[in-house]
Design a protein around this ligand. Structure first.
Ligand code: ADP
Length: 403
């Protein structure tokens, strides 16, 4: 068995890492951790080992390189064979994961205007690991790459041609690693090579994706991750004239509006209470009106997006729920699917309630239909599949390097 892959996800002040062995079940505990508050006196490294033991080490003022040095000391006996980096934006150049070299770094740098917060942080992490692990091959796995199979009718905005051809304004989509993993995994569970899925990744960020024969055909996020669904603190779709309206009527700057749409809207803005769906489902059960409204809008907009995604699929086999909300919030799944009965989506209420906390399986009524037999069931399949972005990054890293 070959040595593990070290998966790294660098933010501007944080580093997430996981050591992923070659053969490991999606949710077996891995050696993993999070270095946070980097560059501040409160910098902290939290580590979980394979036996589930958690430790925290203060690493005051550590930058990315210092934090990675601390992580390296705590990787255990089995050192990695290669490193896989999550990189948010690959623009149109990267349709797959690639081994990192000078030319790849140059393109990631050139793509920075499309992801001004994320790509520089990802580059910082790559830079530090190239110094620390100079003898290990490193691979970039892009959030956008999976969606490069979208046809122009899905990825083009109805804007003047120049904005696309000269300025790269188009829909890119994100969460590609998660949508790729859950749809590939469900294909394996179901069998056949002509399945059409709509996956709904519902975490702090949320997106839907139509996948046919393993290829992304459309997705709800666009040029940036702000487009599409209602999210924890992001508004999702608003009228494109909102910026100009708020500037004209309230005198707000573009930066202020950007902050509001990204950090103060979504579930948080609607509820006035929290961006956390767990808090909101509990508050709604106690009659909190803001929480009820936030959940109603979230589910309605999600149902609309699922219906819209079906247009991209020649074959519509079923829906897959994933991400913290998709994997755990049975009430949100039920409320959303209740808006789509004309799509042949018949939820099994009992199975839905039980499919939480890492459980994986089918939750439609056909999954129970022993009398008619599964082939006589006319409804579509509904699945809950816990996502595994780290596992997917490790797999793609091995595949690029032929390991
Ligand atoms: P991220 O996008 O940061 O990876 P996650 O995929 O972990 O986030 O999803 C976080 C979201 O999942 C939060 O809104 C959280 O409240 C929600 N969530 C987790 N568990 C539950 C639950 N049992 N019920 C409802 N929502 C849940």
């Amino acid at each position: 068995m070959s040595r593990p892959i070290l998966v790294i996800n660098c933010g501007s002040s944080s580093i997430k890492f996981a050591l992923v062995p070659e053969h490991v079940a999606a949710h077996q505990v891995r050696r993993s951790g999070l270095a946070e508050n980097l560059g501040t006196p409160e910098a902290l490294l939290n580590i979980t080992t394979e036996d589930g033991k958690k430790t925290s080490v203060a690493i005051p003022h550590a930058d990315h390189q210092a934090a990675l040095t601390e992580i390296l000391k705590r990787l255990g006996d089995e050192l990695p064979i290669a490193i896989g980096h999550r990189v948010v934006h690959g623009g149109e150049k990267f349709t797959h994961a690639v081994q990192i070299d000078e030319s790849v770094l140059k393109v990631i740098r050139e793509t920075t205007p499309l992801a001004p917060l994320h790509n520089p942080a990802n580059l910082q992490g790559i830079d530090a690991t190239l110094k620390l692990f100079a003898d290990l091959p490193q691979v970039a796995v892009f959030d956008t790459a999976f969606h490069q199979t979208m046809p122009p009718q899905a990825f083009r905005y109805a804007l003047p041609e120049d904005l696309y051809s000269k300025h790269h304004i188009r829909r890119y989509g994100f969460h590609g690693t998660s949508h790729a993993y859950v749809t590939q995994h469900t294909d394996q569970l179901v069998g056949g090579d002509n399945n059409g899925w709509i996956s709904a990744h519902l975490g702090n960020g949320c997106s839907t994706c139509a996948v046919w024969q393993g290829k992304s055909m459309d997705t709800s996020m666009g040029l940036t991750p702000l487009e599409g669904l209602v999210m924890g603190t992001r508004s999702g779709n608003v009228d494109p004239s909102l910026h100009i309206h708020l500037t004209r009527t309230l005198g707000w700057s573009l930066e202020e509006i950007d902050q509001i749409l990204n950090k103060k809207s979504g579930l948080l803005g609607l509820s006035g209470l929290s961006n956390d769906m767990r808090t909101l489902t509990e508050a709604a059960a106690d009659g909190h009106r803001g929480a009820e409204l936030a959940i109603d809008v979230f589910c309605y907009r999600l149902a609309q997006s699922l219906a819209a995604m079906s247009c991209a699929l020649p074959v519509f086999t079923g829906i897959i729920f994933t991400g913290g909300i998709g994997e755990n919030a049975a009430v949100i799944r039920a409320k959303t699917l209740a808006l789509l009965p004309h799509f042949g989506l018949y939820l099994d209420a009992d199975k839905n309630q039980k499919m939480i906390r890492g459980a994986e399986g089918r939750i439609d009524q056909g999954a129970n239909d022993t009398e008619l037999g599964i082939n006589a069931y006319l409804g579509r399949q509904i699945w809950v599949i816990p996502t595994d972005e780290e596992g997917q990054i490790a797999r793609e890293t091995r595949s690029v390097l032929g390991l």
